[in-house]
Design a protein around this ligand. Structure first.
Ligand code: DGY
Length: 325
């Protein structure tokens, strides 16, 4: 396409394929940054100051940066979560925010189930035992795990991802499902026999508590010392939501003291998880590095949806997923 027909400038950060960058380049001047750090922050800001659209994963953006980007019309994040972005400031400036729901639902539910299986059956701890030459005789009860099938699965936040986790539990593992949600979910109740509970009741009844709520001021430290104390000492906590939904020091204390049995964590208050975090060293904790949606297929689909959102918003055909329209 001829240079003069390119009405827009786009800044792209991380996770876009050649083809995706190509389709953006057909309609816009694109400044692509594989990463933004101290070495290229000034270049990034210079590009942003002229941009109409910004697209990327793990975007770092704040009010001061937006003030230097007067032409910015659309931010297209390659994530379903947008708690890392300054929504109020975007709203004030009339900047559209788009995200990537749906395409990562099943993969993120798979991640939750991987953590459930690993935590209940102590997969990482026992794999390490084999790797370290510690398997010298038949496995004794001190290494036994806990069944997954038939256990009660409590889903805190039965949105799209929570519902996908519930389906796996009910249909694949015969698990009774409890859930919290702002309103009841007839489909989950009819198809899976799921039952809605208040959070405190769910915490007291579930054998496995799985967090799949968005992070916001209402869910900050939703799982604190009091909440953990309501859980059974035999129960496990799985977090694929956001780290700050859990009061991490309280969780560490509950795991140390036997307040709860185990945790499977994909997200942390600080990411990357500091190497000296007790969570990284505890045998009853399985940690993964925020890989909820991190498969080739799903990351590709998320990036494509973010591209479609951005182009739809800029060209006027409409974004597929606007957060603040
Ligand atoms: C999301 O999409 O929000 C996932 O947590 C990946 O960042």
């Amino acid at each position: 396409m001829a240079e003069q027909t390119k009405k827009w400038r786009i800044v792209a950060v991380r996770r876009l394929s050649e083809a995706q960058l190509g389709s953006l380049s057909e309609v816009a001047e694109v400044d692509y940054f594989e990463d933004v750090d101290e070495s290229n922050r000034a270049d990034f800001m210079a590009a942003l100051s002229k941009a109409h659209g910004l697209i990327g994963g793990k975007l770092e953006l704040n009010e001061a940066m937006l003030a230097k980007a007067p032409g910015l019309q659309v931010v297209s994040t390659i994530s379903v979560g947008y708690d890392h972005l300054p929504l109020e400031a975007l709203n004030r400036r009339g900047i559209l925010l788009c995200n990537t729901p749906d395409v990562l639902t099943e993969t993120t539910a798979d991640t939750a189930f991987a953590l459930i299986m690993a935590t209940q059956r102590r997969l990482v701890e026992l794999a390490n035992l084999v790797r370290d030459g510690g398997w010298r005789t038949h496995i004794r009860p001190e290494y036994f795990g806990i069944d997954v099938h038939g256990k009660t699965l409590g889903i805190v936040g039965a949105g799209r991802i929570g519902a996908a986790i519930a389906r796996r539990g009910a249909l694949g593992f015969g698990m009774p499902i409890l859930y919290t949600a702002a309103s009841s979910k007839p489909a989950l109740e009819q198809q899976l026999g799921a039952q809605r509970r208040e959070l405190n009741d769910l915490l007291a009844e579930a054998d496995i508590v799985c967090l799949s709520v968005p992070y916001n001021s209402d869910t900050h430290h939703l799982i604190d010392a009091d909440a953990l104390a309501r859980m059974k000492p035999t129960a496990s906590l799985i977090n694929i939501a956001r780290g700050k939904v859990v009061d991490e020091p309280a969780l560490i204390e509950a795991l140390h003291s036997g307040g709860i049995r185990a945790a499977g964590l994909d997200v942390f208050a600080e990411e990357p998880l500091p190497a000296n975090s007790p969570l990284a060293a505890m045998n009853n904790v399985v940690t993964t590095p925020h890989i909820g949606s991190a498969t080739h297929e799903t990351r590709e689909a998320m990036a494509q949806l973010a591209v479609d959102n951005l182009l739809g918003a800029l060209t006027g055909s409409g974004p597929l997923n606007a957060v603040n329209e």
